[in-house]
Design a protein around this ligand. Structure first.
Ligand SMILES: [Zn+2]
Length: 254
């Protein structure tokens, strides 16, 4: 018997994996379609690496979450925020279930490019970084800053875990700048936007080291009003440290 509060919490905790899904325990438990057992093991490894590394980089406890590895045929049953199913092959983070969940497809959509050995782990760490950031309330920010943080964080995990990014980064062709990007956009432009942010994040890590990630995440948690474009530049410039804003303005991606 628990207190009334914990009884309510227990009732609200619902892991809503499709029927027949199996569970792989780990730093982030993975609920997976039995036919994707091998993929579940691979993802469990990336999730464990990401959790440990992001916890260290950001100086926070990892969030209480699970991952669903969902087969294409079950995609419509995956937990999500909206009534309509999302396009297949696109991973996302949802707080519509308790604990909140990373929903990962068996195969990434072909819109994810470049397609290298780094694509899947970077994508997993990107979603995981969203989960870390949303462990506390975050005000609205411009899209470039909201997506820059997980892209730079995933590049930081790659650096720490020895996943080489040079090949992945060299295959990108920037066509615009992150501040010039206007959503909603097609999948191709969305991907180019994310790739620009990854390039910018990797360059920032090279120039300033990974300390700015902790600074920007904690600064965002302390903001209590909507962050506009100018404030976003100021926050990131300050987080980067001395010369940060000038450096940002000098970057072709920005
Ligand atoms: Zn994202």
């Amino acid at each position: 018997m628990g207190r009334a509060g914990s009884a309510v919490a227990a009732r609200e905790r619902r892991e809503t994996a499709p029927p027949g899904y199996e569970r792989l325990d780990g730093e982030v438990p993975v609920l997976y379609s039995p036919r994707l057992a091998e993929k579940a093991g691979e993802l469990s490894g990336y999730l464990a690496q990401g959790c440990r590394t992001l916890g260290q980089i950001l100086s926070v406890e990892p969030p209480w979450i699970v991952a669903y590895l969902v087969a294409d045929e079950d995609w419509k049953e995956a937990p999500r925020d909206n009534a309509r199913p999302y396009p297949p092959g696109l991973p996302y983070f949802t707080r519509s279930v308790e604990p909140p969940a990373l929903v990962l497809p068996g195969d990434l959509s072909p819109v994810f490019r470049p397609c290298t050995v780094a694509t899947l782990p970077l994508t997993v760490w990107h979603e995981l970084a969203h989960a870390f950031l949303l462990g506390r309330e975050v005000v609205r920010t411009p899209a470039w800053l909201r997506e820059f943080v997980p892209q730079a964080a995933s590049a930081a995990v790659a650096r720490r875990t020895g996943l080489p990014l040079e090949d992945h980064l060299s295959r990108m062709e920037p066509g615009f700048t992150v501040r010039g990007f206007r959503g909603p956009a097609g999948a191709g432009d969305q991907m180019s936007f994310q790739n620009l942010l990854l390039l910018l994040g990797a360059a920032a890590l090279e120039e300033f080291g990974e300390g700015f990630l902790r600074s920007i995440v904690h600064a965002l948690w302390e903001e209590d009003e909507i962050v506009d474009g100018e404030r976003a530049e100021e926050l990131l410039g300050d987080a980067l440290g001395q010369g940060g804003r000038e450096w940002l303005m000098s970057r072709p991606e920005f």
